[in-house]
Design a protein around this ligand. Structure first.
Ligand code: ATP
Ligand code: MG
Length: 567
């Protein structure tokens, strides 16, 4: 491609909403253009990276036995009413009405549509299993679209759905897809982690996320040397060492005026925060109040709690609600004599002895409290938020926290959608059964953005070759010079016929502009034809990754460049 004939305009202007580097660099390098909040055009340069990623995805999914199809982006409301998600999906679902007043939605995902298709086409266990995928535009009316392609409203996703007669068959496909995803991210040249994940509102049992590691990632991951890795939303924590018990004593009420926070109470009473019991009161759409008791130095993982309670909208209860229902102000709630709320005790708090907790009255705490002796332990749960250094549930090895960008997510759905939509088959005994399903998502645009998040420097993108829009940038540094033009044109023709994906910067621009643009768009290998070098019969070959310049003979240019491209 000749740059002078390409649609590629770099810019120094950084949009004011571009908070992360991939967003800034994609705009500045002319890969994407914003059309509306969370809605982007993929410009020709960006589209080339998308097409490369799609090719890798197709190759590896087909290798895993998946079959490509394409489903519409507009879906009828009836199917979503059948699955129950017309209501449950909430405001992320963009709803539209046609001229006849019929309701539709713009596809955020396609479980309903594909399950509807399969329930009409497939009757017998003999037709199972199969795994279908598409690479198709999705729309989710995200509450906070941001970070460019990372969290758009309209975005490209590869989604796959598998259908099975037996659980073992789902397990096999799930493993094949997991391996395919690992091959995809490795083939993209990305550093990634596979973690145990929460299943969110898609539903189902087993689930893994694929995280491209990057400091700016929205997701927090914990991992240990024993191989355990999980999203902190879901992470299980091994047994915590019990804190030293307080001095043995009978339970007693003490005045703690104005001490409504853990640090205040700890300082006032001269104890460590981990000898305190923190009690938080939550509410949800069910309006039941739930008091969660957790060790004073630790935090509640609200996603775990939400899943445990099986509710959609969890939040801390307002002060007036807490006061009205329990008779005590926030900050002074505790398990002893608690009323108006269901008590759950996190496992971090069950080994506390002679501990301090709220007395369920203003400006008072209880000291010397013991489970069993002074209050029933009751329902113990795991709603602990993982922290740096916590023991892994596998071996107790300390866990580290890192950040990542969720680029892929795979789920064992089970029969959630097949039961709701009546997608059944006849088993070997002629008995009707709901099909067992899996689903597998991969964000195309988000993966491109994540690749940039992971691979850039102050001057621009440093593409991993597999996702680079071009493999080679050939620069004619002085396009007014006949000799430069002749040699550059000749090389361009030869690279093209050798099948190299080459961008030829033949623009009439100053060398400084060309070098700046070259760094910005980040093509992995650069070959510069300049008047000065040609005087000595030399060209300049460099890699974007280290920018070390190698002077090479004109005659050896093709061969040396090909070697650099293959490295
Ligand atoms: P998130 O938690 O980031 O909102 P999700 O759990 O809603 O993601 P899935 O429903 O599992 O995502 O979608 C599959 C994949 O689609 C994700 O792994 C991600 O790569 C991509 N994806 C999801 N939402 C967006 C979005 N708003 N913009 C770009 N890509 C997205
Ligand atoms: Mg989401």
């Amino acid at each position: 491609m000749r740059w002078s004939q390409f649609y590629l305009f770099t810019t120094r202007e950084v949009p004011s909403d571009a908070e992360v580097v991939s967003h800034r660099l994609m705009v500045r390098s002319g890969m994407i253009k914003k059309v509306a909040s969370g809605v982007y055009s993929m410009l020709p340069l960006g589209w080339r990276s998308v097409r490369k990623l799609e090719a890798i995805v197709r190759r590896e999914l087909e290798e895993a036995g998946a079959i490509e199809l394409s489903m519409p982006t507009i879906q009828p409301a009836e199917l979503w009413l059948e699955s129950g998600r017309w209501q449950a999906y909430g405001k992320e679902l963009l709803r539209v009405e046609d001229r006849h007043g019929r309701e539709f939605c713009y596809a955020p995902t396609a479980e309903e549509v594909i399950t509807d298709m399969v329930r009409h086409d497939v009757r017998s266990y003999k037709q199972l299993p199969f795994n279908l995928f598409q690479i198709q535009t999705k729309f989710r009316d995200e509450i906070r679209p941001r970070f460019g392609l990372m969290r758009g409203r309209e975005f490209l996703m590869k989604d796959a759905y598998s259908f099975h007669a037996e659980g073992a068959s789902l397990d096999a496909t799930y493993e094949a897809m997991r391996a395919a995803y690992e091959r995809i991210f490795a083939a993209c040249g990305l550093e990634f982690a596979v973690v145990e994940a929460d299943t969110g509102n898609i539903g189902g049992s087993d689930s893994h996320e694929f995280m491209v590691l990057a400091r700016t990632g929205e997701s927090e991951i914990v991992s240990a040397d024993d191989g355990y890795a999980a999203n902190t939303e879901k992470a299980v924590i091994g047994a915590l060492a019990a804190p030293a018990p307080g001095a043995p004593q009978a339970m007693e009420t003490v005045a703690t005026p104005d001490c409504a926070s853990i640090p205040d109470v700890a300082t006032f009473l001269g104890v460590e925060p981990q000898q305190l019991l923190k009690t938080l009161v939550y509410t949800s759409e069910t309006e039941e109040l739930v008091a969660v008791a957790i060790r004073g130095d630790r935090d509640v993982n609200e996603i775990k709690l939400q899943n445990l309670l099986d509710v959609q909208h969890l939040s801390l209860a307002d002060a007036d609600v807490v006061a009205r229902e329990t008779g005590a102000p926030i900050g002074f709630i505790g398990p002893v004599g608690l009323r108006g709320a269901r008590l759950l005790v996190d496992h971090s708090a069950k080994d506390l002895a002679h501990f301090v907790c709220g007395a369920n009255e203003a400006d008072a705490h209880l000291v010397g409290v013991n489970w069993g002796r002074d209050v029933e332990l009751g329902e113990t749960v795991d709603v602990l938020l993982a922290d740096e250094g916590d023991p892994s549930p596998r071996s107790g090895a300390p866990m580290r926290k890192t950040r990542g960008i969720e680029t892929g997510h795979i789920f064992k759905l089970g029969t959630k959608y097949s039961e709701a939509l009546g997608c059944r088959f006849l088993d070997r005994n002629g008995k009707e059964q709901p099909m067992i399903m899996g689903c597998y998502g991969l964000g195309i645009g988000r993966t491109i953005a994540a690749a940039i998040e992971q691979n850039h420097d102050d001057d621009g993108i440093v593409w991993p070759t597999p996702l680079a829009p071009f493999e080679l940038l050939l620069v004619a540094l002085n396009p007014q010079d006949d000799e430069v033009v002749r040699i550059a044109n000749d090389l361009y023709a030869r690279f093209k016929s050798a099948g190299v994906d080459v961008l030829f910067d033949d623009r009439r621009e100053r060398p400084g502009v060309k070098f700046k643009d070259a760094d910005l768009i980040g093509v992995p290998v650069r070959l510069v034809v300049g008047k000065k070098g040609l005087g000595d019969g030399k060209l300049e070959l460099s890699l974007r990754a280290d920018r070390e310049k190698h002077l090479i003979d004109v005659d050896a240019a093709l061969e040396r460049t090909m070697t650099a491209l293959r490295a």
